[in-house]
Design a protein around this ligand. Structure first.
Ligand code: ZN
Ligand code: ZN
Length: 299
């Protein structure tokens, strides 16, 4: 049975927080560890509000170093040191921006009890965990920005009857998966003849960005695409100028990617309600939800 992937929206506003919405951060919990995608100001408090244990954070993936996505790191890394954490923390930022996040970690000469391993992100696989990997893909924004795909490893579902008949047992299964074929009783067994490939589930996070072909490719057949939609269509020129997306643009990306579900977030503070955004997005892609702070989805 696949492990649950639990997604918690810790912050769903864009640029400035409101009473109801904090700045961007999305947590993915998988197999006892937590991975944060962006870390807007106040993220650690949001974790406490929604009962997420910050000490379980293994990696933080920063899309870009605009303040609304990164300033929460300053407090969070210090809190993690209060319990004398020793486990290293992986921090991913776009390549070339590594030195720019350093002041947030060091300006007060805080004593950090653990290692913060900063990795410069480029397109491709950037993190490999047990049973999953994280891929980065380039986004279109005013500074270097990457989206992330959290992808479970593909698995093989074996036909029990056939496997038994052919004498497959013990480590023969894993050998067959890694080699593609093995010999048993002088007979060559092909993986494809006894097992069916089950694609791993994929959750894709894209902020801040104009609609991008790279997102469509990364989100192909994704269970969930989380895409920023800062504006309604009325402000489409502003979206272009500031390199953000409108609700309809985010929905078009989901549609073209054939994603199963779209969650929109990073709403401009000018909107009192998400209604106009969700309405416009649903016209293009029906299975759309507007994220709110504290929203949880388990797949
Ligand atoms: Zn932003
Ligand atoms: Zn930005």
């Amino acid at each position: 049975m696949p492990l649950p992937i639990r997604i918690t929206f810790l912050g769903t506003a864009g640029s400035a927080p409101t009473k109801e919405r904090n700045l961007p951060s999305v947590a993915i919990e998988y197999d006892g560890s937590t991975y944060l995608f962006d870390c807007g100001e106040g993220t650690q408090r949001q974790m406490s509000t929604y009962s997420l244990n910050p000490y379980r954070i293994k990696g933080i993936f920063i899309t870009h170093i605009h303040g609304d996505h990164v300033i929460g790191l300053a407090g969070l890394v210090r809190t993690l040191a209060l319990t004398k954490r020793t486990e290293p923390l992986y921090l991913f930022v776009p390549k070339g921006e590594e030195s720019k996040v350093m002041p947030l970690l060091t300006f007060d000469r805080a004593l950090i009890s653990y290692k913060i391993i900063i990795k410069g992100v480029k397109s491709g696989e950037i993190f490999k965990g047990k049973g999953f990997s994280v891929m980065a893909f380039k986004l279109k924004h005013s500074i270097p920005t990457y989206g992330f795909a959290f992808k479970e490893d593909d698995r093989y579902r074996f036909d029990k009857e056939k496997s038994k008949r052919l004498g497959l047992k013990g480590d023969a299964f894993s050998k067959l998966v890694s080699r593609g074929s093995i010999k048993i009783r002088n007979k060559t067994i092909q993986l494809k003849d006894v097992a069916e490939k089950v694609m791993g589930r994929k959750v894709v996070y894209a902020a801040d960005t104009r609609p991008a072909q790279t997102t469509i490719e990364a989100a192909k057949d994704a269970e969930i695409l989380i895409h920023e939609t800062t504006y309604t269509d009325e402000f489409r020129n502003l979206a272009k100028e500031r390199l953000h997306s409108t609700a309809a643009e985010g929905a078009t990306v989901a549609k073209n990617a054939k994603a199963k579900r779209l969650i929109i977030f990073h709403m401009s503070a000018r909107y009192k309600s998400a209604e106009p955004l969700i309405k416009e997005a649903k016209k293009v892609f029906k299975n759309t939800t507007q994220a709110y702070d504290g929203m949880q989805i388990t797949i």
